[in-house]
Write a protein that binds this ligand. Structure first.
Ligand SMILES: [Fe+2]
Length: 526
């Protein structure tokens, strides 16, 4: 009997989480209860939106979805509560797409939509400013749930969306991995994506959102891409394609697909050829490129766009040749900026999915704010508490930045390989020094002795300004190297001698002075 009671209690405890999970799974709206400053209740039969999409300096597409076919009207205007302009579509449909045209450049418009007498709340958006004028872009992503058993969006994503709304951005780019997985069950997939759009559309009321597709957004488990869910979540294509480009306020935007079913983690073949043409044909001096997988990952080392180094180097060279300003990605659930030969590489993957820890840091939930103004670009990483975590500005006029990455077998991380160094611009000269030894223009292999080793790296720019970073490597522990323990120093002229030599010289000098004093004292006594 006691055994039976114990079994019943244990069985109940086992079932309870499953039942709670089932309730979560079958009640999409319960997981995304509206909260926050800008969240307002939608009429019962408005399934999606309204959202503002494909915004130019003179037009915008308003999208919303009703649960049964209805007619559609958008009222809009330049003043709140005075929506004196109207566009209607008498075609009865469930998905409503109405394009507003003839809008004023760089202006704030208020709008609301009506279907069969039911009217939405009033929202607003900004048309694109004139080419070269100031605008604000937000980049974030990797908000996916941590498990596919209950595809509930992380609270952190909802909190970040509220912060991004408060930023009042002109445009938003998302870096992929919006759901945990696409499964065989269509109802599961609809539920998972609905949980994502329920939150994302709250931001979409106010700003156009473009997204790249992530590996979790594809049907990797099912063997086909299943792009239909991704396409349905983002109203951004005239001709559905997972890669495309557009111009906004004088900047050329290119969004790539790093998840081709036959070539995951590669930009190759037809898409690469298209990319070359796309970056060649544009006359815009500023170019922003986006994909889900980064080229210089911190966590997915050798399993992002760096899995094929020949193709990755080709891509980097293309970006340098075409003066690409920014390449932003996600995939690694962290923030990182690495400037390689003038191309700013940013990983903005802290949108809510479980964070990744690396020796390089950056494991915090965040969004990236990009302020573009007359040839100047300010990058600011802002965490979920609203605190600024990193700032960077272009044009950059500081000393060359030196960063280390480890190109290694992803299991061994280090053994038998050399670290790879990246410079924020192409240096005039580079010098290396292992363990305070003499400087060399070539990087030799790790010293054999199984102790911690230091590697000083010096780089000079065209003005003979030298940068210096010291890296600490632990060659007996098959762990990741400690990236750096030094601060960057700059100087003109020749690179400074290795720090260890300076230290030794200092010690020798002090000891010599003491010996001389002792000899003099004894000589005097005698
Ligand atoms: Fe990913």
């Amino acid at each position: 009997m006691r055994r039976s009671v114990s079994f019943s209690i244990a069985f109940t405890l086992f079932l309870l989480p499953l039942l709670l999970g089932l309730v979560e799974t079958t009640s999409p709206n319960s997981a995304v209860a509206p909260e926050g400053l800008f969240v307002e209740a939608a009429p019962a039969h408005f399934v999606r939106g309204p959202t503002v999409n494909l915004v130019t300096n003179s037009s915008a597409l308003i999208f919303w979805r009703t649960d049964v076919p209805m007619n559609a009207t958008v009222d809009y205007g330049l003043e709140t509560s005075n929506l004196n302009l109207t566009v209607s579509n008498t075609t009865v449909a469930g998905d409503h797409r109405i394009t507003l045209t003839g809008l004023a450049v760089g202006s704030k418009y208020y709008y609301q939509v009506t279907s069969n007498g039911t009217t939405s709340d009033e929202y607003h958006f900004k048309t694109a400013p004139a080419d070269g004028a100031e605008f604000k872009m937000i980049v974030f992503g990797d908000n996916r749930p941590s498990t596919d058993t209950a595809p509930v969006q992380p609270q952190e994503y909802s909190d970040l969306v509220d912060l991004v709304i408060a930023e009042k951005p002109h445009i938003v780019i998302m870096t992929g991995d919006y759901v945990q997985a696409i499964m065989e069950s269509h109802s599961y997939n609809l539920d998972a994506w609905e949980r994502f759009t329920n939150i994302t559309d709250q931001l979409g009321h106010y700003a156009p959102i473009y997204g790249v597709i992530g590996n979790h957004d594809t049907g990797a488990y099912t063997g086909t891409l299943h792009l239909e869910y991704f396409f349905d979540a983002f109203e951004m294509y005239n001709e559905p394609s997972p890669y495309f480009s557009f111009d906004y306020a004088g900047v050329h935007f290119t969004l790539l697909n790093s998840e081709e079913i036959d070539n995951p983690g590669r930009i190759t073949g037809t898409q690469y050829d298209w990319l070359v043409d796309d970056l060649t044909d544009t006359s815009r001096s500023m170019k922003f490129v986006f994909a889900h997988q980064p080229m210089y990952p911190l966590q997915h080392i050798k399993s992002a766009l760096d899995r094929n180094m020949t193709e990755m180097n080709r891509l980097q060279q293309l970006f340098e040749d075409k003066n690409v300003t920014l390449f932003a990605a996600g995939h690694d659930h962290l923030f990182n900026r690495l400037t390689v030969n003038g191309v700013v590489h940013i990983i903005a993957g802290g949108g809510g999915a479980p964070l990744y820890s690396t020796p390089w840091g950056g494991a915090f939930y965040h969004y990236l704010k990009v302020d573009v103004r007359s040839g100047q670009v300010d990058f600011t990483a802002i965490d979920i508490s609203g605190a600024t975590r990193e700032q960077y500005q272009l044009p950059y006029d500081g000393p060359i930045e030196i960063e280390a990455r480890f190109l290694a077998n992803n299991t061994l991380k280090r053994n038998g390989t050399l670290p790879q160094f990246y410079f924020s611009e192409i240096p005039d000269e580079v010098l290396y020094s292992w363990d305070g030894g003499s400087n060399s223009t070539t990087l030799t292999g790790f010293p054999d002795e199984p102790i911690e080793h230091t590697l000083d790296v010096y780089a000079s720019d065209s003005e003979d300004l030298w940068s210096h970073e010291r890296f600490l490597f632990n060659t007996f522990n098959p762990d990741w190297p400690t990236p750096t323990t030094s601060t960057s120093t700059t100087d003109t002229g020749d690179p400074p001698p290795p720090m260890d030599i300076m230290l030794i010289l200092g010690i020798v000098g002090v000891v010599s002075a003491i010996v001389v004093v002792i000899i003099l004292v004894r000589f005097k006594r005698n």
